[in-house]
Design a protein around this ligand. Sequence first.
Ligand code: PDD
Length: 281
Amino acid sequence: MENIGYYNGTFAPMEQLMIPALDRGVYFGDGVYEALRVERHRFFALKEHLSRFRASLDFLRIPFAMTDEALTEILQEAASRVDSDSQQLYFQVTRGTSTRTHSFPEGVEPNLMILSRAVPLADLVEYRRVVVLPDTRWGHCNIKSLNLIPGVLAAQIAKERGCSEAVFHREGVVSECSSSNLLMLKGGVLRTAPADERILPGVTRGHFLMLAQQLNIPVDETAFSLEEMMAADELMITSTSAHGLPVGFVDDKPVCGRDKTLLRRLQMVYREFFWDSVGKD
Ligand code: PDD
């Protein structure tokens, strides 16, 4: 199959998947999600994604009883139904199905939905354009909740301006991007905002920091300002499918391109780590 959808035990092609209108994810966005890579039907960093998923569930107080083992089996079954060696698998759990009342309904079970399809890894060579926008999201950006409207609007503005991403800032301090983290290279130091409630603690971000430390590249988890961003040697966008995309223009102003050697080294080391983790064969 080209892609797959799953909802509470039923598999169907994504386009045909039906879910109830009273799923609280539909009208409240009352749920959490994860998105991860599946290469040759093997998961990358599943453990890290599951651990962040559990943290998000705990924060929203969604009692999802399924064990990681049982969930993994279903995710694996979903991925195995897609005829692609390079998938992005999305899964979400909502609080349950009930008539629309804001407080938690009683006696309902959480709903599990899975969507997986072929998504290629993003090219690492081309320098991307980004747009800067105020971060109007809520105070818990570390939680991967379904409520993504500020990110959706920012991504649309970026698209309309011919950009790949929108960089968010709060009063001049850079947080992250609409659906990725932002890392900076300056004077040989890898710097990015700390993993607090202003950013999503990206799995890819975490791996970049870990690999840099292993290479004795100094790491600094201190947020940087918009001015510092404009003076960066290099800027990198990271997410599940974006393994350190270089940034060449911010609001149409040329930036970066000053430490291509270190940029390429980090990208390559990351890709090696990635392929080693999923198995090269
Ligand atoms: N987005 N920051 C935000 C706001 C994100 O939505 C994402 C991921 C990241 C990067 O996290 P990770 O490295 O774990 O993918 C950072 C996913 C891909 C999405 O929403 O589809």
